[in-house]
Write a protein that binds this ligand. Structure first.
Ligand code: ATP
Length: 327
């Protein structure tokens, strides 16, 4: 995903007018990069929340990334190309269900396919084989706008615009009131900090503004998620080391942000894998183990090994610390 945020970050400096005009970050995302990669079917219907959180289902999913030349051609022609040249398949027969309201953690070595799995939930790409469903609907059958509304994505490096806190929050939901913004900030454990800033919601953040710490940025990203209130959350947990206090605040914000939502998380933190309803261990583009933390530990397989080398050392650091299980 970093590959796609890169150009956006560069553009955010030079195309201020465009960014301002296109109030929704999701729309910027779509217009600049994503829309050409996937096409909306004629007659696609809105993915409508049925009141509760929907299930996410991967049904025998295979996937290969389109070759580079096809990406640029697709972008030029604004069409999705499905007749890609045979590139290397990175997911093979991936099959799992995240039940409504559950939190499922993806772990595994670097390059295993964790990020790719999350990309398919938000339909950054289309599957090569099999089906991805949300709430029982094939994601290819619903409108892209409704999918962007229902699926909230939080990446490792919370992207902040060089703009006010309010403007950064409004990217998540352009019609939010100050009261709603404040409520989301409070729920994400960052309300007090913003209140204490000299200009409150009007404080300019980002590289050339008020510098937020890693933990504060993560909480702001979670506040944005709370404001957007999607029914599905796809999250790549940050790997940056946080001090104990920030770690506890981020965990608290995360729990609030995920409550009542269906979530799929690339997990780097011990507290997350412990709390997950199910852990999917991904290796070589397949799910090689699945289950809860204690059961997988007892099984003594790849998870137990990952735990020993990556997660267990965090226990020694109390509530602080975060490690990248993938690298
Ligand atoms: P990490 O923990 O290091 O982020 P991961 O488990 O998330 O790894 P993915 O990023 O999903 O792994 O990558 C799976 C495979 O797909 C890798 O072999 C990677 O090189 C390849 N890959 C990832 N993104 C692209 C892309 N945009 N184009 C082509 N190949 C890609």
């Amino acid at each position: 995903l970093t590959r796609m945020y890169g150009p956006l970050t560069a553009l955010s400096n030079v195309q201020v007018d465009v960014m301002t005009a296109l109030v929704s970050f999701d729309r910027v995302f779509e217009v600049l990069d994503l829309k050409p990669m996937v096409a909306e079917r004629p007659g696609a219907e809105r993915l409508r929340g049925t009141g509760g959180a929907p299930a996410i289902e991967f049904d025998d999913v295979t996937f290969r990334y389109p070759a580079a030349e096809e990406v640029s051609l697709a972008s030029l022609e604004s069409i999705a190309r499905t007749d890609t040249a045979p590139a290397r398949e990175v997911l093979h027969g991936v099959d799992f269900t995240v039940a409504p309201g559950e939190m499922v953690a993806l772990v595994g070595p670097s390059g295993a396919g964790k990020s790719t799995i999350t990309h398919l939930v938000s339909r950054l790409y289309d599957v090569t084989g099999g089906t991805v469903r949300i709430g029982g609907r094939d994601v290819r059958d619903v409108t892209l706008a409704s999918l962007r509304d229902e699926v909230g994505v939080v990446t490792q490096d919370a992207h902040l615009y060089h703009d006010t806190i309010r403007a950064n929050m409004l990217y998540a939901r352009p019609d939010a009131t100050d009261e709603e913004i404040r409520a989301a900030l409070r729920a994400a454990q960052i309300g007090d900090l913003v209140d204490a800033m000299p200009d409150g919601l009007d404080t300019v953040v980002g590289d050339r503004g008020y510098r937020l710490s890693g933990g504060e940025k993560q909480r702001l990203a979670l506040a944005r998620l709370l404001l957007k209130a999607p029914s599905v959350v796809v999250l790549d947990e940050a790997t940056a080391h946080l001090d104990s206090e920030s770690e506890a605040a981020v965990q608290h914000a995360l729990r609030t942000a995920l409550a009542g939502r269906t979530s799929l998380i690339i997990a780097h933190r011990l507290s997350t894998v412990r709390e997950a309803d199910q852990i999917l261990v991904v290796a070589g583009g397949r799910i090689v183990e699945r289950g809860r933390h204690e059961d997988l530990l007892l099984a003594g397989g790849l998870y137990a090994e990952l735990y020993r080398t990556q997660f267990a050392p965090q226990a020694g650091r109390g509530r602080g610390g975060s490690m990248n299980v993938a690298n």
